[in-house]
Design a protein. Structure first.
Length: 684
C-alpha cells in the first residue's frame, strides 16, 4: 500500500491494524503517532511503553522490545540522544495518524484512550501531562495572530464539533485540578457552539474559575463570553444586562491581574498567582465593552446613553491613561507591537466618552508620542488613523501651552516635567532658545522634597538635563536676545528635517510675565549615579509590574548636538530607517506595509540600523567599560556596564541580546522609562 510517492507499507501491516485495532502494540503505535504528529520533541519513556505492552517485560525474560512492537518496529524507534526515549519521526507520525483514521482509529479515539490508559493513572509522569496539555491547549501564532485552539482541537472540530467537546470534557473530568481544560472547553462553546453554546460556555468558564480562582487569564474567559453576548444583543434590557455582567467580569480580571506577580516572586510568601507578563485583558475588555455599549445605545437613541457617559467617563479616562503610558513606554518585543485594532479601540472609546482626541493628549506620554505622529511606525498609523505630522505652529502651541501651565502651577511637579519635556522633545524639530540652566533650575526646585520618591519621568528629565556634556562640545549657555540673533551655537537644527525652523524665545517680556528666570544655586552638585539609581527604583515601584516581560522602548538617544539638541527622539531614527526601507522597496514588486515592517524590523534585529550613515552622523558614541567584578556580580538577563561621562563612571544597563565583549565595539547611549542603557554595535 503506497502512502506517498516515497513511503509505502506492506499489505500485512494494514491488515494487522485492521484485525487488531485494540492490540497493545497498535495502541502504543497510535499514542506515539499522535504525540509526535502534534507535539514537538515528544516521547514516551521505555518504561511507559512496556507498561502499555504489558507482561512479560524483557527484564523478566520476555521477548525484546523491538520484537514486541512488530510489525511496527520500522516506525517505533529509540532516540539516539536518549535511548530511554521512544518516538516516531514527526513526518511519518503525521502520515500514520492519517492512515489510522482511514482505518477507523480516529484522533478523538486515540487521545481519549491515552487519557484513560494506565499512563494517566494516579501518578502520571510530568512530561506526559505536559504533552497532553500541549496537545489540547497549545495555540500557535499565525499571520493573523494567535490561533483559536490547538492544532489537534482545530483538526477534530473541523470534522465534528461534538468530538472536540467530548475530548475536552474528558480532559476536564480526568484532570480535575487543572483549569485550562474547562477554560478551553468554554472557549470552544462560545466560539464554535453557535447561539446555543453560550449557556454551556458560561457554565464551564465558572468551573475553570473555581479551580483557579486567583488567575486573571482564567477569569478573562467569562468576560469574553459576556462581551460576545453584548455584541449580539438587540433589545435594550439585554444590552444593559450583558454590559453590566461584562463590566463586572472584566473588573474582576483587572483586580486579579493587579495581584499577580512575576515568576521571580514564585516562592515568596503571600504570592497568590504568577504570570510572566501583566494581563491587560481586563483593562482592554472594559474599553471594548464601553465602546460597544456606547455604539448600541447611540444607534437606538436611548436616553441611557447619557447615564452611561456620566457613569463611565472617569473609568474610561483612567484606562486611556494606562494604555497611553503602557504603549508609549513598551511593546511586546523589539520587533512586534500590539494588534492594529488595539490602539484604535482605546482612542475611539476615549473620544466617545470625553470628546477629546487621543492624538492631542498633552500628558507626558502624549508629548513623547507627539513627534511620532504621522510616521509609518506610529501607533496611530497602525490603527488606521489619518495622522499628519505636527507642523511648526502645532509645536509652538504645545511649547507655549506647557510653559503657560507650568508658570500658572509652579509647584506642580508634573507640570514641570511636561514643560521640560516639551523643550527637549520639540528641540528635535524646531530651534528653541530656552536656557538649559533655566530648565535645570526648574527641576532643581523639586529635588529636595520627596527625595528618591519621584516618578520615572521626573528622573528622566533630570538626567537628560544634567547629563555631562562632552568636552569637545560647547555647553549651551543661557540665551540673550543678542545671542539668539547673532549666534546659533546654542541650538543645532535637525539637518534631516526640511520643515520650517521656528525660533521660540523664552524671555519674560515676550511672554508677558514678570516672573524672573529661575537659576541654579552656584554650589549645586548633581550626583548622576544617584539619580540613575533613583530612576530605576522609581520604575520598579510604578511600572515594573505592568511592563514585566515586555521590551522597554527607547525614548531618547545621545546625539552629537549640544544642549537640548543632543537628545535625539526615537522618532528621528524611525524616520531615517523608514526612508531607507522605502528606497530599497522602490521598484520592487512587493511594497506592502507587511513587507516594509519586515524590513524595518530586520534592520533593528541585525544591527544594520546603526550602520546607516545618517544615523551614524546623528548619534554620539560613548566610552564603555565592563563592571562585573567579584564585588559586583551580574544580575541574569540584565548586564551592567560603566559609561564614562564627565570624568565619572556611571552604571547603566547593556541592551539584552548584544555581544558580551566590549572591545572593538561602538556604544550608543539611550534612555527608556527605566533609565539609561547602551546599544552595542560592531565597529567597522
Amino acid at each position: 500500500m503506497e502512502l506517498t510517492p516515497n513511503i509505502s507499507v506492506d499489505i500485512d501491516f494494514v491488515e494487522y491494524l485492521t484485525q487488531n485495532p485494540n492490540a497493545a502494540n497498535t495502541q502504543l503505535l497510535s499514542f506515539l503517532a499522535l504525540l509526535n504528529a502534534y507535539v514537538p520533541d515528544s516521547y514516551l519513556l521505555m518504561s511507559e511503553c512496556q507498561q502499555i505492552l504489558g507482561p512479560p517485560d524483557p527484564i523478566h525474560r520476555g521477548p525484546p522490545f523491538e520484537e514486541r512492537v512488530e510489525p511496527f518496529a520500522f516506525l517505533i524507534k529509540r532516540s539516539l540522544l536518549n535511548p530511554d526515549h521512544v518516538c516516531i519521526e514527526p513526518r511519518l507520525a503525521q502520515i500514520f495518524v492519517a492512515l489510522l483514521a482511514a482505518l477507523g482509529i480516529s484522533k478523538t479515539a486515540i487521545v481519549k484512550k491515552l487519557m484513560f490508559s494506565s499512563l494517566c493513572g494516579d501518578r502520571p509522569q510530568p512530561h506526559l501531562l505536559q504533552f497532553i496539555k500541549y496537545l489540547l491547549t497549545k495555540r500557535k501564532w499565525g499571520e493573523k495572530g494567535r490561533e483559536k485552539f490547538s492544532r489537534l482541537i482545530e483538526d477534530i472540530s473541523t470534522t465534528s464539533f461534538y468530538n472536540a467537546v467530548s475530548v475536552l470534557k474528558t480532559a476536564s473530568n480526568k484532570f480535575k485540578q487543572s483549569s485550562i481544560y474547562p477554560q478551553t472547553l468554554s472557549r470552544l462553546y462560545y466560539i464554535r457552539g453557535g447561539a446555543g453554546g453560550y449557556e454551556k460556555a458560561e457554565e464551564w468558564a465558572k468551573r475553570a474559575i473555581e479551580r483557579n480562582e486567583n488567575n486573571s487569564y482564567v477569569a478573562d474567559t467569562l468576560g469574553q463570553i459576556y462581551k460576545n453576548l453584548l455584541m449580539k444583543a438587540r433589545q435594550l434590557p439585554d444590552i444593559q444586562q450583558m454590559a453590566d455582567k461584562a463590566f463586572t467580569a472584566f473588573k474582576d480580571v483587572e483586580r486579579k491581574a493587579d495581584q499577580e506577580e512575576g515568576p521571580e516572586l514564585r516562592d515568596m510568601e503571600g504570592t497568590v498567582s504568577i504570570s510572566d507578563s501583566f494581563n491587560n485583558r481586563g483593562l482592554f475588555g472594559f474599553v471594548a465593552v464601553a465602546m460597544t455599549v456606547f455604539e448600541k445605545l447611540r444607534a437606538r437613541r436611548s436616553p441611557l446613553l447619557q447615564v452611561h457617559i456620566q457613569n463611565l467617563t472617569m473609568e474610561v479616562r483612567a484606562k486611556f491613561d494606562f494604555f497611553e503610558r503602557y504603549l508609549t513606554y513598551s511593546k511586546p518585543t523589539m520587533t512586534s507591537a500590539e494588534p492594529d485594532y488595539f490602539w484604535k479601540f482605546i482612542a475611539k472609546c476615549y473620544e466617545m466618552y470625553t470628546t477629546a482626541k487621543a492624538a492631542e493628549s498633552r500628558s507626558f506620554p502624549g508629548l513623547l508620542e507627539g513627534l511620532s505622529q504621522g510616521h509609518f511606525t506610529s501607533k496611530g498609523r497602525r490603527a488606521g488613523f489619518k495622522e499628519a505630522r505636527k507642523t511648526a505652529s502645532d509645536l509652538e502651541e504645545i511649547h507655549e501651552d506647557s510653559m503657560t501651565f507650568y508658570e500658572a502651577n509652579p509647584d506642580d511637579v508634573q507640570a514641570a516635567e511636561c514643560y521640560v519635556l516639551a523643550n527637549i522633545t520639540l528641540s528635535n524639530r524646531i530651534q528653541l532658545y530656552t536656557s538649559v540652566n533655566q530648565l535645570q533650575a526648574v527641576m532643581h526646585r523639586f529635588f529636595f522634597a520627596g527625595v528618591g520618591r519621584r516618578s520615572p519621568e521626573f528622573y528622566l528629565m533630570a538626567l537628560l538635563l544634567f547629563w555631562p556634556q562632552e568636552e569637545s562640545q560647547d555647553m549651551e549657555q543661557p540665551a540673550t536676545e543678542a545671542e539668539s540673533s547673532e549666534d546659533d551655537d546654542s541650538a543645532t537644527e535637525d539637518e534631516s528635517s526640511e520643515e520650517e525652523t521656528l525660533e521660540v524665545e523664552n524671555s519674560d517680556e515676550e511672554q508677558g510675565t514678570s516672573r524672573a528666570p529661575e537659576q541654579l544655586p552656584l554650589d549645586f552638585m548633581f550626583d548622576l549615579q544617584q539619580y540613575v539609581t533613583f530612576m530605576e527604583k522609581s520604575f520598579e515601584r510604578s511600572d515594573a509590574k505592568y511592563l514585566r516581560g515586555r521590551y522597554l522602548s527607547p525614548l531618547f538617544f545621545l546625539g552629537k548636538g549640544s544642549g537640548l539638541n543632543r537628545w535625539i527622539h526615537k522618532s528621528r531614527l524611525d524616520e531615517v530607517v523608514g526612508s531607507e526601507v522605502d528606497a530599497e522597496l522602490a521598484g520592487e514588486q512587493d511594497t506592502s506595509n507587511k513587507e516594509k515592517w519586515k524590513r524595518i524590523n530586520a534592520k533593528w534585529t541585525t544591527g544594520d540600523v546603526w550602520r546607516i550613515p545618517e544615523i551614524e552622523d546623528m548619534l554620539l558614541p560613548v566610552r564603555v567599560e565592563p563592571c562585573h567584578t567579584p564585588m559586583r556580580p551580574q544580575v541574569p538577563d540584565e548586564e551592567k556596564v560603566f559609561v564614562c561621562a564627565g570624568g565619572r563612571k556611571i552604571t547603566v544597563t547593556k541592551e539584552a541580546g548584544r555581544h558580551s565583549a566590549v572591545s572593538a565595539m561602538l556604544f550608543y547611549l539611550g534612555f527608556n522609562i527605566k533609565g539609561p542603557f547602551v546599544f552595542q554595535v560592531s565597529a567597522q
